[in-house]
Design a protein around this ligand. Structure first.
Ligand SMILES: *[C@@H]1O[C@H](CO)[C@@H](O)[C@H](O)[C@H]1NC(C)=O
Ligand SMILES: *[C@@H]1O[C@H](CO)[C@@H](O)[C@H](O)[C@H]1NC(C)=O
Ligand SMILES: *[C@@H]1O[C@H](CO)[C@@H](O)[C@H](O)[C@H]1NC(C)=O
Ligand SMILES: *[C@@H]1O[C@H](CO)[C@@H](O)[C@H](O)[C@H]1NC(C)=O
Ligand SMILES: *[C@@H]1O[C@H](CO)[C@@H](O)[C@H](O)[C@H]1NC(C)=O
Ligand SMILES: *[C@@H]1O[C@H](CO)[C@@H](O)[C@H](O)[C@H]1NC(C)=O
Ligand SMILES: *[C@@H]1O[C@H](CO)[C@@H](O)[C@H](O)[C@H]1NC(C)=O
Ligand SMILES: *[C@@H]1O[C@H](CO)[C@@H](O)[C@H](O)[C@H]1NC(C)=O
Ligand SMILES: CC(=O)N[C@H]1CO[C@H](CO)[C@@H](O)[C@@H]1O
Length: 374
């Protein structure tokens, strides 16, 4: 299924030819978010990690661990992006919740949040902040291979980049985001806490002003992966495929290269899952349809904006209109919302990507067969 464009990828690392390029910002990172673009022959020009669902130090530490496990640090630079929202603070986040209702998922704003990492645990590229690195990546490739921006956490780092360099939105190929739910109120209100959690648009709510700046900017294209991503989830069937392919649960547990697959299948028994292990493949889904657009089966175009009224129950939520009915007196953007992707193909790509060896990517420009799993 995964056709690796080996020669193209090698050449692009040597700067001889062109491969599609992406710069990723996230408040954490998922391995496949990076590996899917590489598997599709894309180049990941940089990763920036920002405050959001995780503290900055945890977001950066998580990304570092992934880049180490897959030995990608020498060719995928890692920067630190936005360390706080533009306007939102812990106090206004808490005050808003007391007015309009408590969120199940509060990210790094949760009162009980504790850092997992310290800055001594890892290194990153300290020469540039994430927003500047993003601007530089876009500028450097605008005439040859316009860069895709994938913002999977808060929109703050992208908003900073736009403020520094407004031409970014035209010189980039487009914007992909994870977040931007709509029509979720019934599900959030009636479901158990996990359903409330996955229907909370935390990425936009933690920095509504940044989200409004970014989603109403004049990009060539904006793709939003929200509802669709909630329906691609771990399952016993997926666990079984991964465990069988590995040759047993103990192989996953004992092989450092499989650390993230082992985390995914946990005990191997889905009924023993924790809420963390139940979470959808949010960021991975957007990466997948960004680099393999053939996965997309249904989309709708909308005019969009983010509610930026503090005294609103929808502060930080995406609002959508058909183009003819969009407000004329307010700034709106144009976005394509992905409704449906090919689920089976997604799971196949997940399995095949995890069972390739990425550790020589920086040298050879593609995956190699994983010893024992050729
Ligand atoms: C960070 O480093 C400390 C001190 O070496 C160690 O105890 C801790 O386990 C490390 N944390 C992570 C997440 O690597
Ligand atoms: C950090 O990033 C800058 C700008 O992209 C680059 O010039 C420099 O070589 C990088 N430093 C390291 C240690 O990777
Ligand atoms: C947005 O881009 C389009 C096409 O490039 C252009 O016609 C339009 O004037 C731009 N709008 C703004 C507000 O910059
Ligand atoms: C949205 O699309 C309309 C119609 O094509 C265009 O006039 C407008 O400039 C676009 N706005 C943005 C922010 O891209
Ligand atoms: C929807 O928007 C995308 C850009 O995001 C554009 O390529 C596509 O042509 C639009 N589709 C329709 C039916 O307007
Ligand atoms: C959200 O996704 C579910 C499952 O795919 C679907 O039944 C529902 O209609 C979707 N809702 C919207 C508003 O797209
Ligand atoms: C999986 O876990 C559930 C709940 O603990 C248990 O009832 C079930 O027997 C387990 N299944 C297997 C195959 O071990
Ligand atoms: C990790 O990457 C470096 C630099 O590309 C390479 O020299 C080294 O052989 C790789 N390590 C493994 C285990 O593949
Ligand atoms: C949080 C949680 O329990 N999630 C799921 C764990 O697995 C069972 C199926 O065995 C699901 O019903 C739960 O929703």
């Amino acid at each position: 299924m995964v056709q690796i464009k080996f020669s193209v990828a090698v050449a692009s690392i040597l700067g001889l030819t062109t491969a599609k390029k992406v710069f990723i910002d996230n408040d954490g990172l998922a391995p496949l978010q990076v590996l899917f673009p590489l598997a599709a022959g894309w180049e990941v020009l940089g990763i920036s990690t920002s405050f959001g669902s995780s503290s900055v130090v945890d977001a950066a530490g998580t990304a570092f661990d992934i880049l180490q496990t897959y030995n990608l640090s020498s060719c995928i630079p890692h920067y630190v992006g936005a360390q706080q929202p533009l306007l939102r603070t812990q106090d206004t986040f808490d005050a808003w919740q007391s007015l309009f209702g408590e969120l199940v998922w509060q990210g790094a704003f949760a009162s009980f949040y504790e850092d997992t990492y310290t800055w001594d645990n890892f290194t990153y590229n300290e020469t540039l902040p994430g927003a500047i690195a993003m601007v530089e990546a876009v500028k450097a490739n605008k005439d040859t291979d316009p860069v895709y921006i994938y913002a999977a956490g808060m929109m703050t780092t992208v908003a900073q980049a736009i403020s520094i360099y407004p031409n970014l939105v035209k010189e980039a190929a487009g914007l992909y985001i994870m977040g931007g739910y709509f029509d979720q109120q019934y599900a959030a209100a009636t479901g158990p806490s996990i359903v409330n959690d996955i229907n909370t648009d935390i990425n936009l709510m933690q920095d509504p002003e940044a989200a409004q700046i970014v989603l109403t900017a004049n990009w060539s294209q904006i793709y939003i992966g929200a509802n669709v991503t909630n329906y691609l989830v771990p399952s016993q069937a997926l666990y079984d495929i991964l465990i069988n392919k590995a040759g047993g649960l103990s192989v996953l547990e004992d092989t450092p290269y499989f650390e993230f697959v082992s985390n995914l299948v946990a005990t191997g028994n889905y009924s023993e899952n924790t809420s963390e292990q139940t979470l959808p493949f949010w960021d991975e889904v957007v990466s997948a349809f960004m680099v393999w657009p053939d996965l997309i089966e249904s989309t709708t175009n909308f005019s969009v904006a983010v509610d930026t009224s503090f005294y609103s129950p929808f502060y930080g939520s995406l609002r959508i209109w058909g183009a003819d009915y969009a407000p004329k007196g307010a700034i709106t953007g144009n976005a394509t919302i992905v409704n449906k992707i090919n689920d089976d193909k997604f799971y196949d790509l997940l399995v095949s990507t995890y069972f390739q060896d990425w550790r020589q990517y920086c040298e050879v420009g593609g995956p190699v067969a994983l010893a024992g799993y050729e």
